[in-house]
Design a protein around this ligand. Sequence first.
Ligand SMILES: Nc1ncnc2c1ncn2[C@@H]1O[C@H](COP(=O)(O)OP(=O)(O)OP(=O)(O)O)[C@@H](O)[C@H]1O
Ligand SMILES: [Mg+2]
Length: 270
Amino acid sequence: MVVIPVISAKGGVGKTTIAANLCTALAQRGRQVLAIDLDPQNALRFHIANEPQACDSGLVEAATGLMPWARAIRQAHGGVMLLPFGDVDDERQIVFEQQLARHPGWLAETLARFGLPDGTLVVLDTPPGPTVYLQQALRAANFSVVTVLADAGSFATLPIVERMLDKYARVRPDYLGTGYVVNQVDPGKRLNHDVFEMLRQKLRPELLGVLHLDQSVPEALASAVPVHRYAPMSQATQDVASCSERLLERIDAARQAATFPSLRTMEPNR
Ligand SMILES: Nc1ncnc2c1ncn2[C@@H]1O[C@H](COP(=O)(O)OP(=O)(O)OP(=O)(O)O)[C@@H](O)[C@H]1O
Ligand SMILES: [Mg+2]
């Protein structure tokens, strides 16, 4: 099992979009994928669930013993399995968050008990910024995907995510690495282009790729399907495919390096 949270310091930068579309791209490459929505917005379902409206219960019900895990996990597009967050009212959400705060290793322990087939990729969608969900996700993480926009706000808030990664993930020997995806890249906009170049220099060995600004992304969401299904020939579909390929290369190389430490130089940066 490789646990892959998709994270960001800022909201609305494309975490859910990237988590969902990476899931279907990874499944297309023959990997077993479990997508978990760790965000009370419960929005991952709108990108990949076969029946988004039926995903009104999930993680919180199962975590509190109201539903078996097997029933909380649904079939989603492309053979992906989806555990939605569920529609949870404010009071239950607060109680659940208090439970998570009291038991910081809950997610890691729960995933270990699932007994998923070897090599399963568990992709976690998370809410923005430092939350109890991000703490849980990073304590369980083996490889993190950080989403940033090519704008000054994303650039300025990168240290927040870096601090969280240092504190909860990079200290563990089973943490394989971090990859960055720059979203909504628009080469036609001068500032966007300049900030992207700065990010590229800064993140170079860890950059998984970019997702260009592409109208097929929100249109796919409006149709409740992954982008490759909505617009197979689009720039976004190509971008997601190359990010997922690079992600698998990085994970496979890091796992090999962990198994055969003499090959460790293959993994550039943790
Ligand atoms: N590359 C892109 N091109 C065009 N639109 C995009 C792109 N990426 C994301 N969007 C749009 O931006 C909006 C925000 O994306 P998304 O919900 O994935 O962000 P998020 O980081 O998950 O937000 P939150 O922090 O609220 O969870 C959505 O409407 C999505 O369709
Ligand atoms: Mg989101």
